[in-house]
Design a protein around this ligand. Structure first.
Ligand code: F6P
Length: 358
């Protein structure tokens, strides 16, 4: 009998259930009745506290198009994994003990960056681990694409599309804040797809004077409106020059809830045009996965099942040059796939006149 544990960890995204289904169906097809799959509740939290249950085949049917995760999820910061907190729980020891209690042959982990650091830690601690890269941010190192990204990009693009019509009617400036604290893939994708005039990313610190100049120039040329796609982690040039401590203090003293509102305030002091802010927020992570994500999740899920069948543990499944390949967890852990500032996507946007505020 093969025993496999499966958990989803970190922020949810579209395609998690499709990927869980891919893993389960891939295993059932191969092992038939000779496999038991344990669903671990709320990510690493369930593994730490022993919250899991034996699933059956039916649990994995009818979930291909379902958003969220049937297993639940939670954020368990990697930096706290080896810390003993007030509850006196030794998290790593507990996770290893529960793995043993379930008599697992392999733990399957679906997650983003933080999740992969812990997955690697568990692998280094001797557990058999296989992982799948999920996140709307598409910032997991080693894979060209994560599932969730295209669905979120579709939603964010739709927001920009809708904003276009009202922005035109009223002749306003709109700032659309797109998710992504550390990386700007989603903002870049939705910004280009939605025809934003200005795109601000964490990777390209902006100069507010440049943004003002671009907006004024558009006005002078007769454009009634402007749309800015701004990543929630976009930074000004001054902020980018700060130390981590200075930056934290500066942000903490900000009277505005987010970068978009602060930018709107700064721009309103210099421009006479009306400015509005739209923050779609977690909308971007909700709902059904788009066809691309359903397919990618299924491919990742079945590839993960194959890794388990072949006992090829300690790997994340990844998309590279159109193929699904294993990438060692130790290579993935701790790295972030940011937007290269000279990539062709950025160049192409610049070529059509998009400003990055730099
Ligand atoms: O990692 C995915 C993500 O949606 C980021 O884009 C965003 O910055 C963050 O999660 C939001 O986290 P939370 O759901 O914990 O508010």
């Amino acid at each position: 009998m093969k025993r496999i544990g499966i958990l989803t960890s970190g922020g949810d995204c579209q395609g998690l259930n499709a990927a869980i289904r891919g893993v389960a169906k891939g295993l059932y097809e191969h092992y038939g009745k000779d496999v038991e799959i344990y669903g671990i509740q709320d990510g690493y939290r369930g593994l730490i506290h022993g919250e899991y249950k034996l699933m059956d085949r039916d649990n994995f049917s009818g979930i291909l198009t379902l958003g969220g995760t049937i297993l639940g999820t939670s954020r368990q910061p990697f930096k706290m994994m080896r810390q003993i907190e007030d509850d006196k729980v030794d998290k790593v020891r507990n996770m290893k003990e529960n793995y043993k209690k379930m008599k697992l042959d392999c733990l399957v982990v679906l997650g983003g960056n933080g999740t992969h650091k812990t997955a690697n830690l568990l692998s280094e601690e001797g557990l058999n681990v296989v992982s799948l890269p999920k996140t709307i941010d598409n910032d997991v190192w080693g894979t060209e694409m994560t599932f969730g990204f295209h669905s979120a990009a579709e939603i964010a693009t739709n927001v920009i599309d809708c904003i276009h019509t009202t922005a035109t009617s009223h002749g306003r400036i709109f700032i659309v804040e797109v998710m992504g604290h550390k990386v700007g893939w989603l903002t870049l994708q939705a910004g280009i797809a939605g025809g934003a005039d200005v795109i601000l990313l964490p990777e390209i610190p902006y100069d507010v004077n440049k943004v003002v100049k671009v907006l004024r120039r558009r006005n002078e040329r007769g454009s009634r409106f402007s749309i800015l796609a701004v990543a929630e982690g976009a930074l000004s040039k001054e902020e980018a020059a700060m130390s981590k401590k200075e930056f934290k203090a500066a942000r903490a003293s900000m009277e505005f809830p987010s970068i978009s509102y602060r930018l709107a305030h700064e721009l309103s002091e210099r421009l006479s045009q009306e400015i509005r802010v739209v923050v779609p927020g977690h909308f971007q992570r909700g709902g059904s996965p788009c066809p691309y994500d359903r397919v990618l999740s299924t491919r990742f899920g079945t590839a993960a099942a194959q890794l388990i069948i072949n006992k090829n543990y300690g790997n994340m499944v990844a998309l590279q040059n159109g193929e699904i390949v294993p990438v060692p967890l130790k290579e993935v852990a701790g790295k972030l796939k940011t937007v290269p500032t000279d990539c062709s996507l950025i160049r192409s946007a610049r070529d059509i006149g998009v400003s990055f505020g730099d």
